[in-house]
Design a protein around this ligand. Structure first.
Ligand code: NAD
Length: 512
């Protein structure tokens, strides 16, 4: 078997779609691992690839390659590093549709959402192209007589990212361009369920001229992750995934002396006030709760209906949700696409059973798969849920929307703040005073005012709080730059040597 994927541009995506390989020191390699994990097309249920489950030894080789590349890369002037990012951005634009189709193929989401996530990822590359400004230090002159203070930002060394299945193109791009733009070298561990998009992205990065070893990919699951967490040469770990894994990553990486950012799960409320503009609010709730089949950390998972219009809201939600077009992501008309895997579909269905057993009213029941092939579920609405029910507290990550009723905005806020999570929360209202009260009192890190998916842009941090984030510096924005750099602060004094200093007469003669 060949160890290098050497092929023409024309057949690249086809070959990539069938071959999942580690990328170490600039070479695509078949890892030694005998075990593999199937990758499915969620729309059909067919196996489209096999992810090799790499071991700590594979991780070590990738980290060694990154460590070898580090001196030259970190020593390359930042202006030259960003030229590669500019070319990378152009290639991502050129292959925009192809990347979107690949995301749809392996993740199942609608093509609009898939190209949308590629767009969000490209915006991080654009942000990282500003690295000369982003890496600027600070100065204060004359902090004592004749002494100046300056700070400089330096890259850390070898850094790693471990990413989830639900945004296979965007989430690697939350960190990759910032990490390498700042001069680090990088090891990526994609989700074993969606390994293809990140391979294609890295191929394009190499086509843009990135030196070998600066970016490496190690595929796999738990063993590969633990290999990263325990590797002494990895300086920082960026993680995005579920809460239990995030806690494990945070603890283990910190115990091994690493800097960590661990972005975790969510249970986001959408608070609907009686003065909300109903039609547009329903549109937003539909796409928040059922877009990407609910497999988004920003998905609205609980509607909190405030005041007397709850019945009207529930009826409108039911009418709209029951009409959602269920179908494959490749069809632009599909509004509800499949879940990632059969095991996950089973979990989601069990949550609906649980909600019913807990006393919620199943006003729309999506448990019967609406299509025979693939991993589809229909939309489900669980009315009259409350904070004592697990369905209203735990992350389900599927097309299931619970509805909680609250008498006042403060009651809605108290319900939301009772959640262990704090990723996102939205309010729908026409009242500036209500929106301000919400912002002042809600415990969530990303807020939407009449917006169902409150995702920040590349120049802001992705800002979950409470149980949705473990660490200090978030991904993206200036936080992202700080996460992948460390400072040196310098105190400078120049002793005056009378014999070498220019005389006042000399300065005057020179016209100074
Ligand atoms: P996951 O935690 O199962 O997997 C994430 C990564 O961790 C994968 O690369 C996986 O291989 C690895 N992993 C899984 N179990 C592990 C273990 N026991 N030990 C070591 N590594 C392990 O998450 P997922 O199912 O891929 O993604 C969905 C989750 O991600 C949801 O909870 C969602 O809310 C969360 N998410 C959060 C954000 C955010 O920004 N906060 C963004 C996207 C997704």
């Amino acid at each position: 078997m060949t160890t290098t994927l050497d092929r023409t541009t024309a057949d690249r995506s086809r070959v990539t779609a069938n071959a999942v390989r580690n990328f170490i020191g600039g070479r695509w390699e078949q890892p030694a691992a005998a075990q593999t994990e199937p990758v499915y097309n969620p729309a059909t249920g067919e196996v489209i690839a096999e992810t090799p489950l790499s071991t700590a030894a594979d991780v070590d080789r990738a980290v060694q390659a990154a460590a070898r590349a580090y001196p030259a890369w970190s020593g390359t002037p930042v202006i030259q590093r960003i030229q590669i990012l500019f070319r990378f951005k152009a290639l991502l634009e050129e292959h925009f549709q192809e990347l979107g189709a690949m995301v749809t193929l392996e993740n199942g989401k609608g093509i609009g959402d898939a190209t949308g996530e590629v767009r969000r990822g490209i915006e991080v590359v654009e942000f990282a192209c500003g690295m000369p400004t982003l890496m600027m230090g600070e100065t204060v002159r004359n902090v004592a007589n004749g002494i100046d203070n300056l700070s400089y930002r330096f890259p850390l060394g070898v850094v790693a990212a471990i990413v989830p299945f639900n945004f296979p193109a965007m989430i690697p791009l939350w960190t990759l361009p910032i990490a390498i733009g700042a001069g680090n070298t990088y090891v990526l561990k994609p989700s074993e369920r969606t390994p293809l998009s990140s391979q294609r992205i890295v191929e394009l990065l190499m086509e843009a001229g990135l030196p070998q070893g600066v970016v490496n990919i190690v595929h796999g699951a738990r063993d590969a992750v633990n290999g990263i967490l325990e590797h002494p040469a990895v300086r920082a770990v960026s993680f995005v995934g579920s809460r239990p894994t995030a806690e494990h990553i945070y603890r283990t990486a910190a115990a091994h002396g690493k800097r960590v950012q661990a972005l975790a799960g969510a249970k986001n409320s959408l608070i609907v006030m009686p003065d909300a503009v109903l039609g547009k609010t329903i549109d937003n709730i539909m796409s928040s709760a059922f877009g990407n089949a609910g497999e988004r950390c920003l998905a609205g998972s609980v509607v909190v209906a405030v005041g007397s219009k709850a019945d009207q809201l529930v009826e409108a939600l039911r009418e709209r949700a029951r009409g959602l077009v269920v179908g494959p992501g490749s069809d632009p008309k599909s509004e509800l696409t499949p879940l990632i895997r059969e095991t996950h579909r089973k979990n989601v269905r069990q949550y609906v059973d649980l909600g019913e057993a807990e006393g919620a009213q199943v006003v729309l029941d999506g448990r019967t798969p609406p299509r025979p092939e693939g991993f589809y579920l229909g939309p489900t609405l669980l009315d009259r849920a409350n904070g004592d029910m697990r369905v209203a507290r735990e992350e389900i990550f599927g097309p299931v929307l619970s509805i909680v009723r609250a008498k006042t905005l403060d009651e809605a806020i108290a319900f939301t703040n009772g959640s262990p999570f704090g990723n996102a929360c939205s309010i729908f209202t026409d009242s500036g005073a209500a929106a301000r009260h919400f912002r002042e009192h809600i415990q969530a890190g990303m807020l939407g005012i009449n917006i169902g998916v409150a995702g920040p842009m590349a120049f802001f941090p992705f800002n979950g709080i409470k149980g949705s984030f473990f660490g200090d510096l978030h991904a993206m924005g200036k936080d992202g730059v700080r996460f992948f750099t460390e400072n040196k602060v310098e105190a400078v004094r120049w002793f005056s040597r009378p014999e070498a200093a220019p005389s006042v007469d000399a300065l005057t003669e020179a016209g100074a």
